[in-house]
Design a protein around this ligand. Structure first.
Ligand SMILES: *Cc1c(COP(=O)(O)O)cnc(C)c1O
Length: 234
């Protein structure tokens, strides 16, 4: 087995162990490999061991890979993190999901482009759970209002929340970020917007995914732990 395949398997084992430790069923957490900056050959190495959905955070790069791998059955592209409105047209063409919605102009533009091409897009709303200025996403207190403002955008299917926790060695501070997202999910579920569901929680990356699983993550986004260290330009 090549190294990427081995690492995928190792992460799966750790996800299973984290689920067991949290008393959650095996298979309740999706591994989303994050292939940004990696070539199509790396995507195919993970595909060979069963991965089908891949996370990318640059629209042009992702689109180029989608074209290169267009003949690969079942492959899906998930855009993660901040997206500029001028990339909405491209993303509407090929992405199956967008984890990072945090602005109404972007939502409107995505909706318009999706309707034009007869597509729909699953979306997760990005929550700024750490309070850092450098992070995108909505403050927890603004998510409910934002969700209700998305109701007219019928091509967008809101399915949950996404966050990046504080990058900190202090597990309590990281866990507090995940807890803030759970609070937002609870509030949304009390007064759901028609057409929306909030079951998906995309939280946890290479450095904190086990903690995220302990706090209810349903999707973990793993880049470096599968594909290795990225070059510093990204
Ligand atoms: C790059 C990226 C990841 C993966 O991070 P790793 O630490 O390499 O696992 C996860 N989420 C987002 C939004 C990213 O941009």
């Amino acid at each position: 087995m090549d190294q990427i395949a081995e690492r995928v398997q190792a992460i799966r084992d750790r996800i299973d162990a984290a689920c067991a430790a949290a008393g959650r069923p095996a298979g309740s957490v999706e591994l989303l490999p994050v292939s940004k900056t990696r070539p199509a050959s790396s995507v195919l190495a993970a595909y060979a061991v069963g991965c089908r959905r891949f996370g990318e955070n640059k629209a042009q790069e992702a689109h180029a890979k989608a074209i290169e791998l267009a003949g690969t059955p079942g492959l899906e592209w998930v855009m993660i993190g901040h997206l500029q409105s001028n990339k909405a047209k491209l993303v509407a063409e090929f992405a199956s999901e967008f984890q990072g919605l945090d602005s109404l102009p972007l939502a409107a533009e995505l909706d318009r482009r999706l309707l034009a091409s007869g597509r729909r897009l699953d979306v997760l709303i990005q929550v700024n759970s750490s309070g850092e200025d450098s992070k995108f996403g909505l403050p927890p207190s603004e998510v409910a209002q934002f969700a209700s403002a998305l109701e007219p955008f019928v091509a967008l299917r809101v399915r949950g929340l996404m966050t990046l926790a504080l990058p900190s060695p202090d597990a309590a501070q990281v866990a507090a970020c995940f807890e803030r997202v759970l609070d937002v999910q609870r509030d949304l579920r009390h007064a759901p917007v028609p057409g929306q569901t909030y079951d998906e929680l995309s939280m946890g990356m290479s450095g904190d995914f086990e903690l995220a699983i302990a706090h209810g993550a349903t999707v973990v986004r793993i880049g470096t732990a599968i594909f290795g260290i990225r070059s510093p330009v990204h």
